[in-house]
Ligand binder design. Sequence first.
Ligand code: FE2
Length: 419
Amino acid sequence: MARIIGGIGTSHTPTIGYALDAGKQEDPAWAPIFAAYEPLKAWLADKQPDVVFVIYNDHVTSFFFDHYSAFALGVGAEHEVADEGGGARPLPNIAGHPALARHIAESLVEQEFDMSLFQRRPLDHGCFSPMSLLFDHAGSWPVALIPLAVGVLQNPVPSARRCWKLGQALRRAIETYPEDLSVAIVATGGLSHQVHGRRAGFNDPTWDRQFMDLLIDDPETLAAMSQAELAMRGGWESSEVVMWLVMRGALAARPEVLSRDYYLPSMTGIATLLLENRAGAAGLTPASELDRSTLSLPDSQPFTLDVSVRNYDLNLFLKQMTDAGHREAFLTDEEASLRASGLDPVDQDLIRRRDWTGLIERGAIFFGLEKLAAVLGLPNAVVYAGMRGETLEQFQASRNAPGALYSVGSSLKGDAGGK
Ligand code: FE2
């Protein structure tokens, strides 16, 4: 029978992949990232799991608001690395495990989790940013991958409790697979961060520490928290942390903590956690749930269904920066590209003026701005600074590692990442 050997929790910020691709191992601003991943990488190299089940979220790269799913399971034979606006990272494709994925899908549906299923959709930094530090991958990957994409960008998003229950169902699904496979569960995302609006750059390392404590010792308390409470404590985009509950729900009640680290260089804490499974079952406590969409936070624009529907074309134009032809046309003749877009003149003007705040207030999602910045060869920090009404220097001075610039593209103009 298949067995779950343990779980890993990890942030998935593009910083991690960027640091690797840019060769920042010796740079003091980036070195702690590599140190944090060493014990996790060593554990995986020692245990050699057959399959890694990665819970991640896409950032309007391969999934868009034309059809947005709460839970989408990757059932394909192979998974590609996505182009997020500046060319795909130089990583090899990774094999899927269609037989186990099919079994998991069937088992989850039987347990009343009706999954969306996908194949041939490239995976973005949500998956490959941490994967590239967890495994050696020169030429090929030593493990097969089953990805689970969780829809955390557009309200309503799955609750912590739903994710916790999904993890428990996932455990039953994997442990009923007849073949003798070892499986590691990797949850990605968070912890506290906000990347849009004037609250961009918000973190709460104290809450992040409490979150990891609770995840280890008292996950039912986290499962009882509403998305509203999680957003209040951790920032709007920290809705991603519910994905850690899926991993925790799939583990035994008392896993052994083998490694734990936290480093906050810039926008998102690089949190890592390694839990090795022991025997025993996780508990489940019913919990109350509030509606996150009713929450009003200062300096934040919730990306609701209403915003999504009204601004579909604007977000689609930005999302299409993942298409080489679209971005080439934009870079060659921006005016012609904007004219041909059919976008409202207000939208066109906001893009023309790189008015990051105006775009957010209009209803663009941050992850579209991130792609536009990548196409322009700009680091994300330029967007953050713009939204906060600061210069790049002022914004960088507010970070713990001011030199740590990064992008979701494969390069920055003038090697801004090295400065
Ligand atoms: Fe993310």
